[in-house]
Design a protein around this ligand. Structure first.
Ligand code: ABU
Length: 548
């Protein structure tokens, strides 16, 4: 590392190359192209891009050096950001209200002009964009299921953007298409599906993966829906738990099934679907003349991190002949861990699975998958054989033109960063990263158990990395549980969160759920987070909430 630290690119002081970037004043726009390069290239003085424009970069002839220097400056900005990102002395965010950002801050304006801006201004804009954003990779960012910043994954994303291709045909994405096959196969092996079964696709997020699952299930029972529409089929009923992700209901809305026909099955105190309730919900839907066809079980619910009993649910689905989907967007990563994969027992029996590597596996956004047990079924359900794209008489094996499996046409390359990270870490690397996140959750849980100023939302040990709790300010500590206390408690988390965001030292989310008033949800998916950060979070909540 010593020798690396000598490199300018890793030295924050060297980032602005002789002049702090924040001090740079972009010159007023002397618009137009200058074919003559006016930037200077010495490592001692700042490279000045104030009379350089995008038209002076590649593909303009003779602009290789200018392009290289510009991109090096960009890399320097990004590296400076990353080096700061992991430092605990750096704030997680520099919060501004929407109107403040829209009005413009210290020369940073979102407005677009008719005239081209010079590249010096663009460098300042890039820096400001990061400055006013939220550092989701910071070790003290606990707000979302996706967090952290993996350097290999980032390299993968850079390469992907450089390749700038589309996933619809082998013709233009030969390497990425085969990588997708390899990675999806590996993930399906982990589900326990044999080589004879399984297919999949990378999707733009877990909501779209879940949408696919409903689409496939409906097509499985009523293939005529593809051409004849919803009026040709009976009124359908879908089932999922009251703790499931809202995307299941959204899928019903998008696909014309209707949110009223999504029946929310009761959960136990821990947030797990109660199988007996599913059974009676199916029976009552049938009694009302509905056609039950689909159950979505959740492996790792969004708020509680609960795992539904997959084997029990699979038994019910088999008995009633229903499509069983498992939304493991959040919990799928635990399959990488020998210690924790037992929580997903029964997932091999699912007809389809959502699994988002951009959550627990720390792959940069977006990286989400939908895995389907029935081989060839994605193609059957979605193909429309557009002749301009999927010509059957191409000179290669056109089964690798996977674009007709999807509901999209253009599709971003999401596989490469995951493939590269998998190479870099191996299964072992993912396993230890995931185990560490769950150990952090246990550490927080154990701390909270012994505190009188905090109250756990559920008493049992976390199954995933979600820990849910209330903070009880002094003024509420002697109130008996009940309506009066709940009313006051409901206001505590939003007030603390508002102060927290204004100060910017850490970030955690809150929500109400069912009959529970607003509580904090802490989630761990960032391998940079240590126990000291957990301690810091609790100290911050106490400091900000003490006088409420
Ligand atoms: N299902 C999207 C994740 C939402 C969250 O980060 O809480």
């Amino acid at each position: 590392m010593d020798s690396l630290q000598k490199l300018d690119v890793l030295n924050e002081d060297a980032v602005p190359m002789g002049q702090p970037l924040e001090d740079r004043k972009p010159s007023s726009s002397s618009a137009g192209n200058t074919s003559q390069m006016k930037y200077c290239d010495t490592r001692q003085t700042a490279t000045n891009f104030s009379s350089v424009y995008s038209t002076d970069l590649l593909p303009t002839e003779g602009s290789e050096e200018a392009s290289r220097h510009f991109l090096q400056e960009i890399v320097n900005i990004l590296l400076a950001y990353m080096c700061k990102l992991f430092k605990r002395s750096t704030k997680v965010l520099d919060f501004h209200h929407p109107h403040q950002l829209k009005e413009g801050l210290e020369g940073f304006t979102l407005e677009l002009s008719d005239q081209p801006e010079n590249l010096e201004q663009l460098l300042v804009d890039c820096r400001d964009t990061l400055k006013y954003g939220v550092k989701t990779g910071h070790p003290r960012f606990f707000n979302q299921l996706s967090s952290g910043l993996d350097i290999i994954g980032l390299a993968g994303e850079w390469l992907t953007s450089t390749a700038n291709t589309n996933m619809f045909t082998y013709e233009i994405s030969p390497v990425f298409i085969l990588m997708e096959e390899v990675v999806l196969r590996k993930m399906m092996d982990m589900l326990g599906w044999s080589n004879e079964e399984g297919d999949g696709i990378f999707c733009p997020g877990g909501t779209v993966s879940n949408l696919y699952s409903v689409l496939l299930a409906r097509y499985h029972f009523f293939p005529e829906v593809k051409s004849r529409g919803m009026s040709a089929i009976p009124r359908l009923a879908m089932f999922t738990s009251s703790h499931s992700h809202y995307s299941i209901q959204k899928s019903a809305a998008v696909l014309g099934i209707g949110t009223e026909n999504v029946l929310l099955v009761k959960c136990d105190e821990r947030g797990k679907m109660i199988p007996g309730e599913l059974e009676s919900s199916i029976a009552s839907a049938k009694d009302r003349g509905l056609y039950p066809f689909y159950v979505s079980a959740t492996a790792g619910t969004t708020v509680y991190g609960a795992f539904d009993p997959l084997n029990d649910i699979a038994d019910i689905c088999e008995r009633h002949g229903l499509w069983m989907h498992v939304d493991a967007a959040w919990g799928g990563g635990l399959l990488m861990s020998k210690r924790h994969r037992v929580k997903l027992q029964g997932i091999d029996r699912a007809s389809s699975v959502t699994w988002n590597p951009h959550k627990m596996m720390g792959v940069p956004l977006q990286c989400a998958t939908l895995l389907v047990r029935k081989k060839g079924f994605l193609q059957e359900c979605n193909q429309l054989c557009a002749e301009y794209l999927f010509q059957p008489d191409k000179h290669y094996d056109t089964s690798y033109d996977t674009g007709d499996k999807t509901i999209q046409c253009g599709r971003h390359v999401d596989v490469f960063k995951l493939w590269l990270m998998w190479k870099a870490k191996g299964m072992e690397g993912f396993e230890s990263q995931i185990n560490k996140c769950l150990e952090n959750a246990e550490y927080l849980f154990d701390k909270l158990k012994n505190r009188t100023d905090f109250l756990l939302v559920f008493e049992s040990k976390p199954e995933h990395s979600n820990v849910c709790f209330w903070y009880l300010p002094h003024s509420l500590r002697n109130l008996p549980p009940g309506c009066e206390r709940d009313k006051k408690l409901h206001a505590v988390a939003p007030k603390i969160k508002a102060k927290m965001m204004e100060e910017g030292l850490t970030m955690i989310g809150y929500q109400p759920l069912g009959n529970k008033v607003n509580f904090f949800r802490c989630v761990f998916s960032n391998s940079a987070t240590q126990r000291e950060d957990v301690d810091f979070l609790l100290d911050e909540i106490v400091r900000l909430g003490h006088d409420l």
